[in-house]
Design a protein around this ligand. Structure first.
Ligand SMILES: [Zn+2]
Length: 146
């Protein structure tokens, strides 16, 4: 039983960046061209960007970025409660600043949760491609709307 548990744990560690890889693969399959970890502003390095349409994509980890479904819902307790609370607050602040910076530099920002990618990477890739198309038209609107 301990080996089973061990395999499970190491498997979980191994898939740490799996959502990123999954989404990239799906976006590529959908015909998207992207660049990885490109620094588009000081303190702003999206997980990948679509350079032609200026779309920046961030894949946020559910736990550390506080996904509404999988993030921590109760206040931290214990001796390090303040530390953790502060760490999460800084994460949220950094996320917000990065989004703002990207927008300031003319990028459309798309943030997705790791759980969305795990659930249906193709659907998230569709969202990315939709963003790419609407950003490319320059209107920011879906031109196919009747
Ligand atoms: Zn989640």
């Amino acid at each position: 039983m301990s080996t089973k548990e061990g395999a499970h744990l190491s498997g979980r560690r191994k898939v740490n960046t799996a959502p990123e890889v999954l989404l990239r693969r799906a976006v590529h399959a959908a015909g998207g061209r992207f660049r990885l970890h490109r620094r588009i502003a000081k303190g702003c390095t999206p997980d990948f960007v679509m350079p032609s349409s200026h779309v920046a994509v961030f894949v946020d980890g559910c736990f550390w970025h506080g996904c509404p479904e999988h993030g921590r819902k109760t206040a931290w307790t214990g001796p390090n409660a303040d530390l953790w609370t502060e760490k999460m607050r800084r994460n949220a602040e950094r996320d917000e600043r990065a989004s703002r910076l990207a927008q300031l530099h003319g990028w459309s920002v798309l943030r997705v949760w790791e759980c969305e990618v795990r659930q249906d990477s193709a659907a998230v890739a569709t969202r990315v491609m939709r963003e790419v198309r609407s950003a490319s038209t320059g209107t920011g609107r879906d031109v196919s709307t009747p």
